[in-house]
Design a protein around this ligand. Structure first.
Ligand code: NAD
Length: 254
């Protein structure tokens, strides 16, 4: 198994890509710490893991809050002794061209997507540095590389996550820690469904437009991204450091 005996921590694992990745990691032998702002959703993921025969453990965490992120890292380390893989996956969307955005709405997206990558990493890294081993996966997006209408705040955060990934890699390579980024295209999850409902009078038409932009002709599935996360978490990607992994149906290069 590709993650045998690995202790993995996934933020935002109560839904969508995070939940799907939790199930994929567990199927490859990992113990999964399922962290989410929504504890009920995290518990549901753990119930699914248990059903599938994998060990899971739910923690409520707000990745924007230093106390909460530190408590999450401490609880996972106290319970399991180490964290081999941290997947900074929690994220929210932001819709609007720059002039339309209220400062509070801008800050919310910055907080969850960037601060929410910074804080869990900050509190997990010392234990990885001590053990001179670890893999961190940061959730960026193909929007870091292409322009999309009315996604100013979201694009800014995902570009920042990619830059942060490279910077982290330089700082922590000497400790045997790898830090890579995932850049998905449009993946059909509750996140995208909400975005379509909130942003378009005709979500079906908008969805057809998104399909057209993909070389693949269709949207991705959470399973497609989970496979990428599994690769970056496993030793199979041991020669990947500070790299972006595109899982985007060809939207960046098409
Ligand atoms: P989702 O909405 O299905 O899941 C996101 C999860 O994050 C939810 O369970 C939510 O409760 C949790 N969360 C939100 N704020 C949090 C906080 N402050 N602390 C802890 N948890 C919090 O979304 P998804 O589509 O699975 O997206 C997961 C990640 O993938 C996000 O970072 C998103 O930006 C990124 N992404 C998604 C797509 C896509 O098309 N779905 C594309 C590229 C990147």
């Amino acid at each position: 198994m590709r993650l045998n005996n690995k202790i993995t921590l996934i933020t935002g694992a109560g839904s969508g890509i995070g939940r799907c990745t939790a199930l994929r990691f567990a199927a490859e032998g990992a113990t999964v710490v399922v962290a989410d702002l929504n504890k009920e959703a995290a518990d549901e993921t753990v119930a699914l893991l248990t059903e599938a025969g994998g060990p899971g453990y739910a923690i409520r965490c707000d990745v924007t809050d230093p106390g909460s992120a530190q408590a999450m890292a401490s609880e996972a380390l106290d319970k399991f002794g180490r964290i081999d893989v941290l997947f900074n996956n929690a994220g929210i969307s932001g819709v609007g061209a720059l002039h339309e955005l209220e400062p509070d709405a801008w800050d919310r997206v910055m907080n969850v997507n960037i601060r929410g990558t910074f804080l869990p990493s900050k509190y997990v890294l010392p234990s990885m540095m001590e053990r001179r081993s670890g893999a961190i996966i940061n959730m960026s997006s193909c929007i870091a590389e292409i322009g999309l209408a009315r996604r100013a705040s979201y694009a800014a955060t995902k570009g920042a996550v990619l830059a942060l990934t490279k910077s982290m890699q330089v700082d922590y390579a000497e400790y045997g820690i790898r830090v890579n980024a995932l850049l998905p295209g449009t993946i059909l999850t509750p996140f995208v469904e909400k975005y379509l409902q909130e942003s378009y009078s005709d979500p079906e038409e908008a969805l057809a437009g998104i399909r057209k932009r993909q070389l693949s002709g269709d949207l991705g599935r959470p399973e497609d991204v989970a496979e990428g996360a599994l690769f970056l978490a496993s030793d199979e990607s041991k020669f990947m450091m500070g790299s972006p992994l595109y899982i985007d149906g060809g939207v960046v290069f098409g």
